[in-house]
Design a protein around this ligand. Structure first.
Ligand SMILES: [Zn+2]
Ligand SMILES: [Zn+2]
Length: 512
């Protein structure tokens, strides 16, 4: 690239050639040396607002941008093109208004794609003593809402971008309207590497009494993406991934691996998950968008990172997300509307805390065909420490096959000929992988031909001494759990307890 193309690119980016800038920095972003490059500049005292324009040859490279003041994070616009503006009371999308301390600020440059060549970059900064951006009076602290006190299944989407993502255009109001029109109960707003949308959620929520907004984030790296549900504060995405995951868990958030096998090359930079060290994630987004090309591989990834034949390793949850960037409007062929797929979550209320609790307990069903698609519900029992017994209630499932995944192995259960069927099946502990406590992992899936149509979370089933169950909205006993304070029955005790097993026969045992 030569400097001769600068005026052309400048026009593309919406800058104003000829307008004097306070600072012009000509940098060279090196292809080598990690994912990020930092451009430092000094902000003078009494600055009320600053504007940063970035100019580089977009035919040769893709760069992302974020901003830090001397005290911390001020936003991440990724690859958005417009000038970056930050002030005391307002900021351009993806960025955070706030105090404007004098001193050294940092423009963080993310090397999404360099083509192996250094990338010449011009940074133009303008400092203003008076703000030009209008104040957005919707901004305020995030306050969690409770929209429904009923314990039941709720329908939602765990992967939705608003215009606070640099590559999205949807307003939060349009997202709320569209999601409600699809019959959803909640959406998780997962903007890329920023928490600028949190300040808008409470005011937006007030206008959508039946659709819960949950603050999330898509932690976007160049080696993979992760969904953070229940985010409160941005964590520096330059840190090692495992440290970020720990920091988000410490906030009470759940971290899921997004679209783990979505390998589309430069068409989706960093979308396939290649991190080998990622810490204690809570689950996997097993379906992203409505296309099912990668679903089977995503399910295999889910089973691989926490093997189901190793019950001691615990299980990971499953969700689905549309990855909608346009609130369902003017979508291209490769894009899916909010709700495709839908994730059902059994929760004690329609609130952020209860939805996350249900997800963490594995009480989800990913409806790959959307809110009206086939789905299932089930109850589980322990039989004499020899069997786990399951009753599966299917809905809208005519023409699909019910499969079980037991200890990591698929088993065909039934071909379904009617929409609403009840199927009973037992699994003998002796025939499956269980640990010394008799723990068995079971999930159920509905397949339409060679394509998954619905995927349940895992049941972690083991003999237990006491249990509690709560009813589902259709009257079936849905979610049962052992008293966590009671230790699992050790294997050596099973024989001694055999005589007492009759008393425990068909005791409803834990799910989750
Ligand atoms: Zn992604
Ligand atoms: Zn996304």
């Amino acid at each position: 690239m030569t400097r001769s193309i600068v005026p052309f690119v400048c026009a593309l980016l919406g800058a104003s050639p000829g307008v004097a800038q306070d600072l012009v920095l000509d940098e060279n972003v090196p292809a080598a040396g990690g994912d990020f490059f930092e451009v430092a500049f000094t902000v003078p005292a009494n600055t009320a607002e600053l504007e940063v324009v970035r100019i580089y040859d977009e035919q040769d490279a893709v760069l992302d941008f974020g901003l830090y003041d001397p005290d911390g994070f001020r936003g991440w616009g990724g690859g958005n093109k417009e000038p970056l503006v930050v002030g005391t009371q307002a900021a351009s999308r993806s960025y955070l208004p706030g105090p404007m301390p004098a001193g050294e600020w940092t423009l963080l440059v993310g090397k999404a794609r360099t083509g192996g060549q250094d990338v010449p970059l011009r940074v133009e900064v303008t400092f203003r003593s008076a703000a030009t951006l209008a104040v957005d009076d919707r901004r305020g602290p995030y306050e969690a809402a409770v929209l429904d006190q009923s314990p039941r299944w709720y329908l939602g989407d765990f992967h939705v971008h608003s215009r606070e993502s640099g590559d999205a255009v949807a307003s939060l109001d349009d997202i709320g309207d569209f999601a409600a029109s699809r019959g959803l109960d909640f959406v998780v707003i997962t903007d890329h590497n920023t928490d600028s949308h949190l300040a808008l959620l409470t005011a937006t929520q007030a206008g959508h009494p039946n659709l819960l907004f949950i603050p999330g984030m898509e932690l976007t790296t160049y080696q993979g993406h992760l969904g953070v549900y229940g985010v409160r504060d941005y964590v520096d995405h330059r840190l090692p991934l495992a440290d970020q995951v720990t920091a988000y868990r410490d906030q009470g958030a759940l971290v899921f691996i997004n679209h783990p096998v979505l390998d589309l090359g430069d068409a989706c930079i960093g979308c396939a998950f290649e991190h080998e060290s990622f810490g204690e994630v809570s689950g996997v987004e097993v379906q992203t968008g409505a296309a099912t090309l990668f679903t089977e591989s995503a399910l295999a990834f889910w089973d691989t990172i926490r093997p189901l034949d190793d019950p001691g390793a615990g299980v990971l949850g499953a969700v689905g997300g549309s990855d909608d960037h346009r609130a369902g409007q003017d979508l291209g062929l490769a894009q899916s509307p909010i709700g495709s797929p839908t994730t059902r979550v059994f929760a004690s209320s329609l609130s952020e805390a209860a939805i996350l609790e249900g997800v963490a307990a594995g009480l989800t069903v990913v409806q790959i065909e959307g809110p009206e698609g086939p789905t299932l519900d089930h109850t589980s029992y322990v039989e004499d420490f020899e069997y786990s017994s399951h009753t599966i209630y299917t809905t809208g499932a005519a023409g699909t096959t019910l499969l079980a995944v037991v200890g990591g192995a698929y088993e065909s259960v039934a071909d379904l000929t009617e929409d609403d069927q009840v199927v009973e099946v037992d699994f003998a502990y002796a025939d499956h992988d269980v640990d010394e406590d008799g723990v068995m992992f079971v999930r159920f899936e509905l397949w339409r031909g060679n394509t998954p149509a619905a995927v349940s979370g895992h049941l972690r089933i083991h003999p237990c001494v006491d249990s509690t169950c709560r009813p589902s909205d259709n009257g079936n006993l849905l979610a049962c759990s052992c008293d966590q304070s009671k230790a699992p029955v050790p294997a050596v005790a099973l024989a001694a307890l055999a005589g007492a097993a009759v008393a425990l026969r068909r005791r409803r045992c834990r799910l989750g």
